[in-house]
Structure formats: C-alpha cells, structure tokens
Design a protein around this ligand. Structure first.
Ligand SMILES: Cc1ncc(COP(=O)(O)O)c(C=O)c1O
Length: 405
C-alpha cells in the first residue's frame, strides 16, 4: 500500500486549542448518561440531579410566544433586547426590591450563561484572577479561563454557610485579583449571603479597586417568611452601588430554562462595551422568547410564580428532615434555590462512588460534589427538589431501603 501523501495529516488534523485542557466536563452528565442507559434497560430512575424547575412557563407566556410568532415578530432585535422588556425588567426591580433601575443598564441575553459570556468578555484580561467560593457553579470559572483569566476557589464550609465572607475576601486577595463573583442563593448549596455580609464584601472589593459580580439567578426562590407568612424578598446587590454587576435569568424563578433568556445589569459606563460584545457574539437574544417574557410580569403570572415558590418551599421542608433522618448531614438549612448540598461522610468516603451506587442500588440519580469544586468535594452530594412531594417520598423510601443493606 502506498504511504499517505506527506501533506495529508492523520486525524485529528487540527489539535484542540490548549485552553480546552482547562475545560472539564460535568460529572453530573456521566451520572445522567448512566441513569438514562439504566432507564432504557427498564429500570425506574428518579432524577434528583436536574438543575431546572419541573414546571413549564405559565400559559400566558406560551400564548405571548405564539402571538409573537403569528405577528411575525421573529426577526432580529437590537442587541441589548427590545425596549419594553428592558423596561419591564427594570420595573420589576422597583416593584420587588424598591430599587430604581435605569433600563439603559439592562442587557437582555441568552440566559444567565450569555450574560456571563458578555460580562467576563468585557472585564477579564489574560492573567487576571477572580475569587469565588468553593463550592460554586462550575461554568463561571470556565468562562473566565476562556478569556485567559484564572479563578481562585476559596474553601467555604458550613461555618461560612458555604459562602464568602468579607474576611475571606481580604485574606485571599492577591496581586492579580481583579474581583469577586458569588451567587446568592447559590448552586450547589442553596445558601445565601446576608445583605450585611454582601455589603462587607463589596466594601472589601472596593478598597482593592476590584469589581463585585453577583449572580442572582435564584432570586425569588428563597423560602424565609416574615411574621405575616409572606416570603421575605432578598435585597438585590445592585442596591450596594452603581459599580456592582448583577446577572439574572428567566430560567429559574420564571421556569423558562429552554427559552434561553436572561439579563445582565452593568454600570452605565460599561454598557457600550457590553453592547458591542452582544452584537458580535449573539446579534440578539431570541426574539420570540423576549416577547414571551413580557408576559412574565403581569399580576396573574406573578401569582403563578409565587405559588410555585411555595411548592418548592414545601418540598424543601419535606426533604431536609427526611434526609437528615437517613444520615445525610445538612448542618445549615439552605434558604433558597432548589438544591441541598449534603455531607455524606456518615455513609461513604467517596461521593462519586456513592452517587454511582445510589443510582444502581436505589434508582435515584444525584450529583457528586466534585462538579462544584475541590474543597471536601468527595464528602458532598447535591440533591435537587425539582419533583413533587409524592415522588420525593418515593425517593426517601428507596434511599432508606438502599442504606439499610
Ligand atoms: C448559579 C447559576 N448561574 C447561571 C446558570 C445558567 O443559567 P441560564 O443560562 O439557564 O440562565 C445556572 C444554571 O443552572 C446556575 O445554576
């Protein structure tokens, strides 16, 4: 056989970019892959590993999407989003948080993910370092590494409610640190940063000339109630000052994950840079989703979102004590999101192996801690309560039977 022509390089002809070595896959996806294979083979699997509401967008949102399609509102929009939606988002800050926000500071995006891509694109220079708690939502640091920056993960345990404190920020600030990113409530822990601590973190960041970025994607999904029994609203970090960047999304509180719509609030001076990036990266967010999202803010839609919040609260209040009885350690009750980050050192010394065993032995899919950082990750698992109490009862029965073996 003839040797290949020297100009023909064997596959893969082009090696992947060096940066790809820094981008890790989700271990949760490995569990998902195994779970779906078991399900195809006839096993009953209950998924507690999915980070999205089980609810669909309310009817009025779907109808608004249909109407937009029929009207022909399906073309590109301006890059930062249609004016009525930017105004509606700003108006929501006023009604929910009593915070007056200029709609010109709102950039509508392809989910919070699109917002982060723009945010870090406008802020991160190669070599810059950003501080985040460990555990944290993993994609943040991938975005930073795409732009040549690095992330310093700061171990945060139950003593810190798994969140950064002003002292930790002071202690870990280094010569290349440019800022701090945190989420409140957080994925994977569901815990929040009290507003006074947030103020302290902001002050620490300002003293160093850095930037504070707050992911408020789980805002509206907190379950603390006031004396009258109404949910207490967590204040927005925007109230700390005009130099704070906030991201949010229609994915979680508004149950619109697949619609791919979120937003970024940036200081006014940054908006022209955000706009340039938005034009180049995305042209615009989904036009249909933008028109649909306008229907999220009517009193009727908000009543539905609040009823769903109450449902999540009931699920949390059922699941946490039940898990504690089974030996899962949950020292701090998570205040929000739909996650429980449970320590399993009573049950196993390797949470990845534990997740695999629970999947095979109990037919319950949960996520190992190692997706979210390094700090004691082998001792933690994340469970989501994105299924109803009847199914959660079945989960608890399955786990009890499995753990008795
Ligand atoms: C903390 C956090 N931020 C951002 C996102 C991205 O959400 P989306 O792009 O759907 O708005 C997620 C998704 O799970 C998340 O948990």
């Amino acid at each position: 056989m003839n040797a290949p022509h020297p100009a023909i390089r064997p596959f893969p002809a082009v090696p992947p970019a060096v940066r790809m070595a820094d981008i890790e896959a989700f271990y949760a996806m490995e569990i998902m892959r195994e779970a779906t294979a078991l399900e195809r083979a006839g096993r009953s699997i209950i998924y507690l590993c999915v980070g999205e509401p089980d609810f669909a967008a309310p009817d009025m949102v779907m109808q608004a999407a249909e109407a937009a399609i029929r009207r022909g509102d399906t073309h590109y929009t301006v890059a930062l989003g249609i004016a009525p939606l930017r105004e509606a988002i700003a108006g929501f800050y006023q009604t929910r948080h009593g915070f007056a926000l200029d709609p010109a500071r709102v950039a509508v995006s392809a989910g919070a993910s699109g917002a982060m891509l723009m945010l870090f694109g406008t802020l991160v220079n190669p070599g810059d370092e950003w501080l985040m708690p460990d555990p944290t939502y993993p994609c943040n640091r991938r975005f930073i590494s795409l732009y040549g920056g690095t992330t310093r993960l700061i171990p945060c345990g139950p003593q810190e409610n798994y969140q950064l404190t002003p002292e930790l920020v002071e202690q870990h600030w280094g010569p290349n640190t440019r800022g701090v990113m945190l989420a409140s409530p957080s994925n994977p822990t569901g815990t929040t940063v009290p507003f006074e601590a947030m103020r302290g973190i902001h002050a620490a960041v300002q003293r160093r000339g850095g930037t504070l970025l707050v992911d408020e994607i789980y805002h509206g999904l907190t379950y603390t109630r006031d004396a009258a029994g109404n949910f207490s609203e967590e204040p927005t970090a925007l109230a700390l000052g005009d130099n704070v960047f906030v991201i949010n999304s229609f994915s979680k509180y508004f149950s619109m994950t697949g619609w791919r719509l979120g937003w970024l609030v940036a200081p006014e001076a940054h908006m022209k840079h955000v706009e340039k990036l938005a034009q180049n990266l995305f042209i615009c967010p989904s036009t249909i989703a933008q028109h649909a999202a306008l229907a999220c803010f009517s009193p009727e839609a908000l009543a539905i979102h609040q009823a769903r919040r109450a449902e999540f609260a009931a699920r949390r209040d059922y699941l946490i004590p039940a898990l504690r009885k089974l030996g899962f350690l949950i020292p701090n009750t998570p205040e929000g999101a739909f996650y429980i980050y449970a320590e399993i050192s009573n049950l196993s010394d390797d949470s990845f192996r534990f997740c695999t065993e629970v999947l095979h032995g109990a037919g319950v899919a949960i996520t190992p801690g190692r997706d979210f950082g390094d700090h004691n990750a082998h001792r933690y698992v994340r469970l989501t309560y994105t299924i109803g109490v009847p199914q959660l009862t079945e989960v608890v029965a399955r786990l009890a039977a499995f753990l008795k073996r």
